[in-house]
Ligand binder design. Sequence first.
Ligand code: CA
Length: 234
Amino acid sequence: MIKAVLFDMDGVLYDSMLYHVQAWHETILSLGIDSNPDDYYLFEGMTGHATIDILFNREYGHGATEKEKQTIYAQKSGRFVELNCEPRPMPGAKEVLEIVKQSGAKRVLVTGSGQPTLFGNLDKDFPGSFEKGLMVTSYDVKFGKPHPEPYLLGLEKAGVTAEEALVVENAPLGVQSAVAAGIYTIAVNTGPLPDSVLSDAGARLIFPSMAALAEKIEDLLVKINPSASHFSLL
Ligand code: CA
């Protein structure tokens, strides 16, 4: 029986990735470093500091200092706010959250984000969906995705085992993190990358959108038996 469903935030609950990509691309360009917008879909899920380290390593052959990481991430977060976007809740997300609630399973947020504006929106857009004690953000973790730490912490906060949980993710590194934590992982491919990067990362099921998942989630909550051998669908 599924006792908790762990949700990633950007690209799953919010249609916010385009803005994150723009804010990252512009911030990094302002430092004189060129990057490809698709990079950020591949980096998606890791902490901002880890992303900055990768970009620095690629450009300069060494990571960024702690101060540089703080300054650049603050700049990126500021740019995200300046873009004045109202990230839209992903169509279907509210329905999925409601069906999970009706099933009696806990709803847990597990995000690599540390974007304060988005957390403010969560309670407005998805009222009562996530209790304070059932949220894992970039402030809670040391390693971040693709390390299993964030999802292991999510399980711990929910008081459930990996076999009693499901994850909904959209990013390859997020899927890797959840799979490394031993959790049956459903991917929603809401970005530009091909499905194959999500299945290669270990996603067991892939849906094209949260709206498509909303049509199946009730059934899946009953039918998926993560403790069955090879996590197969019964
Ligand atoms: Ca995501």
